[in-house]
Design a protein around this ligand. Structure first.
Ligand code: PGA
Length: 249
């Protein structure tokens, strides 16, 4: 596991986007696993800047988003497809036929999860999986207690997650969908490389538990200790409790 600690938001954005760019440079038809949330917004901003400057070409890239809420209109501003359009898809040359994200309002959620699992099996594994981390240790929407053997499925969100995500739904956790489709932990672990992102003091305790604590299904992100190519990019606040050696680049 490699840990980089950025000294500023600009450096964090540059570093994270650079790691994505290097994967695409090495393999122009790379399969990228993408994450939503507040954390990766600056990374996407820098990727869009790189694209506009002619420094990166997404034309042959394939993307798989990690998760999507269930039971909301895909056009809802808080859906993950809306997020991806706003922050990346509408601004770069990813082929729409190669952008994959579970449907937010499928007629049959179980069938949608099964179809997404099959798509991942067909085109995966991801060359790079980008991951955020929940304050409860979730990766994707794999909440504490999820089996490390889990595959893409329909899941229930924990109250802590609905509370954390409430700002995008007018502030009331009751407005946050109760269910989602998420890529499973076993599939996340098949990625060739994992880029784990964390910023802010609110992530310091969970980063300590996930990266330096016991590997346990109660802390889903702790499974990453078993992956042999994880790059962690934090700011000082999120890294403040970590004792792992820091890398420079
Ligand atoms: P955040 O979400 O980036 O908004 O903190 C991370 C997550 O819940 O995975």
């Amino acid at each position: 596991m490699k840990l980089y600690v950025a000294r500023s938001a600009e450096e964090w954005n540059r570093l994270t986007a650079q790691i994505v760019r290097e994967v695409i440079e090495a393999k122009p038809d790379a399969v990228l696993g993408l994450a939503t949330g507040n954390t990766p917004i600056g990374m996407y901003k820098e990727l869009v800047r790189m694209y506009k400057a002619g420094e990166i070409d997404f034309s042959r890239v394939r993307t798989f988003n990690l998760d999507e809420y269930l039971g909301i209109d895909p056009g809802h501003p808080a859906s993950f497809i809306s997020f991806m359009k706003q922050h990346l898809f509408d601004h770069v040359n990813i082929d729409p036929d190669r952008m994959h994200i579970p449907k937010a309002n499928p007629d049959d959620p179980e069938a949608e999860a099964a179809a997404y699992r099959e798509l991942l099996r067909t085109y995966g594994p991801c060359d790079l999986q980008v991951l955020g981390i929940g304050t409860n240790g979730h990766i994707g929407f794999n909440e504490p207690g999820t089996s490390f053997d889990s595959v893409t499925s329909v899941v229930e969100l924990h109250e802590s997650t609905r509370k954390a995500n409430a700002p995008a739904f007018g502030g009331d956790p009751a407005n946050v969908p109760a269910r989602a489709i998420t890529v499973g932990i076993s599939e996340i672990m098949t990625a060739k490389k994992i880029l784990l992102l964390a910023t802010g003091a609110g992530k310091a305790d969970i980063m300590k538990a996930a990266l330096e604590g016991e590997v346990t299904e109660q802390v889903p992100a702790s499974v990453l200790q078993r992956h042999d190519d994880v790059v962690v990019v934090c700011d000082e606040a999120a890294a403040s409790r970590l004792e792992l050696p820091r890398s420079e680049r």
